[in-house]
Every structure is written in structure tokens, then in C-alpha cells.
Write a protein of this length. Structure first.
Length: 444
């Protein structure tokens, strides 16, 4: 049976291929091989080419995958047109396929925390619909694009660095890396500060100007659209879900290319001769502070480190932080969003996470496990009761030193008491012991 005789099958294969994709390995080998062959076919057609004449895609319908716990993702192929005033994107039939055209509608909130209802209510819903050919005459193209659209939200928790990477930047990479920058980013909830902060990274995802979907009322027309992002896990890339088997190390190389375009690959850590090991302490102010930070710096120097205290803030350029962390030997800091910068570290270097009381699960899931997957050495410094400021606030019987007991009281309790209400005063003898271990493990 020829492919052109079964447009629905064609579109299904387009779905599988356009995400390259990202399905569990239990799919049978013949399906996987068919997808691979179809990828080659689409490549020959140059889906994301720079000339409109090469965009020969099947024009059928809208296909959505809603099976993932974290995110929905939908695909449209053909005459795709935006209409931001109604928060909608329409797919129009080609003249040759009007008789078989099926009118349908899908709705999607393109953010990767589908399971968290309160935050998803803040994400704009986008209506995807197939429309009749006659309607297209009243919906003229103002801007014609030769590359497919990738539609996503920069809202939600995006003001938090951890969530910016975990729920937007990394899913963007996963969903689009196979398109080799030949994609147009269409952003819902666009904010100027967000674009300025991540501009260098976004420019490595797309070679085209960003479209502000919420405020740009012009009709943008595309040969295809992906609406929503794929999510592989906390700060994770699962090679088994990508056709080209890319991993978190490839994402690290992608980040290096963003900030050091002349370096194609992330340097693997190795001890340098006549080199004093460099320790960067990620400092916090307001919550989860190291109250005896000056003393910790002094001990670190006595152990043998060249020490720098880095205090990231919202206005500090990521390039500045990248330059510091990509060249250091050890990063140490209390659990918090700023530790997300460990993504800039070289494989083989070391992360020391100071884990306050009550956040053991978060510390491991957010930074410990991802660091090990990246090939970064990891030490977990678990704060003792006497090192926590909670020791002075509450009787021991009132504190949930067991993470499971803390979780039973809910996230609000954990956040208010253990994240927002706790500082640490580190035992300097313990600090000395941990840093001495770090120097030994790194071979100094």
C-alpha cells in the first residue's frame, strides 16, 4: 500500500518522527524501524527547510498524546495559522482534500506540570481546531514561516531558576533538538526579562525570532506545529526516548555551545598540575543561609582550596555564573534553586549539597540524582539537629527529622518550616572532614 493512499497513517508516522521520538522502548522493533525510515523520508522532504516549496507534509488532522503524567503534546501538519486574540491555532485543508476533512477541536495548556492543578490554571489554554477551507479566506497570513512552530508556555514557576530549566529549557531541548534550530518558538506568557536571561540558550534552540503569542496579534502561518513539550524527569534526558539517543551530557554540551560557542564539547574534568583546587560556595540570603559562612570559608582555605563565594541573583548574567562553575573543581551550597547552576559544571567535578532538615527527598530528586547522571561526583552533607536554626525554635519532639513524617503534613508545612523558616550553622569539624574527602576524591 502506498503511503499517499493512507494520509492518516502518514500523519501518525509524522507524529512519531517529528518528535523523533520519545515513546517507551516497549514499542515493537518494526514500529521503531518504520519511524526511522520515515524520518529519512521527511528529511529528504526538508520539513524545516528555508524554502516554502520544500514543505510537502501530509495535511490531515490534529494528533495529541495525553498519556504522559507531566505534559500533553499535540501535532498539526499543513496549513497552520495562529489567532492570538482567541488563543487558537487553526489547521486548514488543502484544496485537494476538502471532501475528507473532519472538523475537530483539541485544548491544551502547554506546560510540563500537568499533574499540578493550581499552577496549570494559571497557564493559558490554547484551542487547536481544524477549520473549513472557506474560513481561510477570512484568516489571511500576515507572516509566513518556512519552519514549524513549537508552542509552549513561559509562565507557571518560570521565575524560579530550577523550574525555568526543569519545566521549560530542558523540555524545549528534548522536544526540538532533532530540528537543528530550524523551528520557530511561539511563546505564551512571554516576558522580556525571561527572554533576556535565557537569550543565548534560546538562540541555540531556534535560529528564528521568537513569536510572542499572547501579544502579537498578527496571523503567523506555519507548515506544521508542535504544541506542548516533552518531559523526561527531573533535570533529565532519557536517551531511550530519543531516536538519536542523546543524553543529559549532550544537553551540557548544548549549554557550553550557548556560552562558549568556540568549544563544541563540555570538557571532562581532570586535575591540573600545580593547580590549587577551586571551591565555589553558592551563597544564599534570607532563607537557608549558612550563618557561619565566613568561618566555613576560612576552614575551606585551610584545607587547601582557593575559595570564591558566589551569590547568584535575578540580574546576574548566566554567562558569568557559567564561567565560574564550568572551571571550578567543587561547588558547595545549601539546597535551593541556585544549585541548578550545577548544570554548568564539568563531568568529573564535584557537587556538595548541604541538606537542611526535612527536605531529604527534594535534595536527592532535584540535585543529587541528576548530578550523578551527569557524571558529577556528589557528596550529600546532611545537616544535624544542632546545625539547624530549627533546633533553637522548636523542641526536638516537634521537629520531623524523618522526611516521611514531614511529608504527611503536606507541602505547605514543608515549605513554611523547612524551606522558608530554616538556616544552618555548620559544624566546622564536619566541614573540614567533608572538604578533605573532596580533595582526596579529586586526586589533589
Amino acid at each position: 500500500m502506498k503511503l499517499r493512499q493512507v494520509p492518516l497513517l502518514f500523519f501518525l508516522l509524522l507524529f512519531l518522527a517529528s518528535c523523533t521520538l520519545l515513546f517507551p522502548t516497549h514499542f515493537s522493533n518494526h514500529i521503531y524501524n518504520s519511524t526511522f525510515l520515515f524520518c529519512s523520508y521527511l528529511k529528504s522532504k526538508r520539513i524545516a527547510s528555508t524554502t516554502r516549496s520544500n514543505l510537502h507534509l501530509s495535511n490531515t488532522s490534529i494528533w495529541c498524546d495525553r498519556t504522559d503524567h507531566h505534559s500533553d503534546i499535540c501535532f498539526m501538519s499543513g496549513d497552520v495559522r495562529t489567532h492570538s486574540p482567541s488563543s487558537s491555532i487553526s489547521l486548514y485543508p488543502p484544496p485537494s482534500n476538502q471532501s475528507n476533512w473532519v472538523i475537530k477541536e483539541e485544548r491544551i495548556r502547554p506546560y510540563t506540570r500537568k499533574w499540578e492543578t493550581p499552577i496549570m490554571k494559571t497557564i493559558d489554554e490554547i484551542v487547536l481546531r481544524t477549520a473549513s477551507r472557506k474560513d481561510s479566506f477570512h484568516h489571511k497570513c500576515d507572516v509566513q514561516h518556512d519552519a514549524p512552530a513549537l508552542v509552549f508556555s513561559a509562565g507557571g514557576y518560570t521565575g524560579n531558576l530550577f523550574h525555568s530549566f526543569n519545566n521549560v529549557i530542558l523540555p524545549l531541548y528534548i522536544t526540538s533538538q532533532h530540528l537543528n534550530r530550524r523551528v520557530v518558538l511561539v511563546v505564551c506568557g512571554y516576558r522580556n526579562w525571561w527572554y533576556r536571561k535565557y537569550e543565548k540558550i534560546l538562540s541555540q534552540i531556534s535560529e528564528h525570532p521568537i513569536v510572542d503569542f499572547s501579544n502579537d496579534t498578527r496571523t503567523h502561518c506555519f507548515p506544521a506545529a508542535i504544541v506542548g513539550l516533552r518531559f523526561h524527569g527531573t533535570l533529565s534526558v532519557n536517551p531511550r526516548r530519543l531516536h538519536d539517543r542523546k543524553s543529559i551530557l549532550d544537553f551540557q554540551n548544548f549549554l557550553r555551545k550557548s556560552y562558549e560557542p568556540n568549544n563544541k564539547r563540555m570538557e571532562v574534568y581532570s586535575k591540573r598540575r600545580n593547580h590549587t583546587p577551586k571551591l565555589v560556595i553558592v551563597s544564599r540570603k534570607g532563607t537557608r543561609e549558612i550563618e557561619n559562612e565566613r568561618n566555613v570559608v576560612q576552614v575551606s582555605k585551610k584545607v587547601g582550596f582557593d575559595v570564591e563565594v558566589l551569590s547568584p541573583n535575578e540580574t546576574m548574567p548566566l554567562k558569568h555564573i557559567f564561567d565560574k562553575l564550568s572551571k571550578c573543581d567543587v561547588v558547595m551550597g545549601v539546597h535551593g534553586a541556585a544549585l541548578t547552576h550545577f548544570l554548568f559544571m564539568r563531568p568529573g567535578s564535584m557537587l556538595i549539597q548541604i541538606e537542611p532538615l526535612g527536605v531529604a527527598d527534594e535534595a536527592w530528586q532535584c540535585f543529587g540524582e541528576p548530578a550523578l547522571k551527569m557524571g558529577i561526583r556528589y557528596i550529600n552533607y546532611k545537616v544535624n539537629l544542632s546545625e539547624s536554626s530549627l533546633y533553637k525554635k522548636y523542641p526536638i519532639s516537634a521537629m520531623d527529622t524523618n522526611a516521611m513524617e514531614s511529608k504527611k503534613k503536606g507541602w505547605k508545612h514543608t515549605k513554611e518550616v523547612y524551606l522558608e523558616g530554616q538556616n544552618v550553622t555548620l559544624d566546622l569539624n564536619r566541614v573540614k572532614k567533608v572538604l578533605t574527602q573532596a580533595i582526596g576524591d579529586l586526586g589533589f
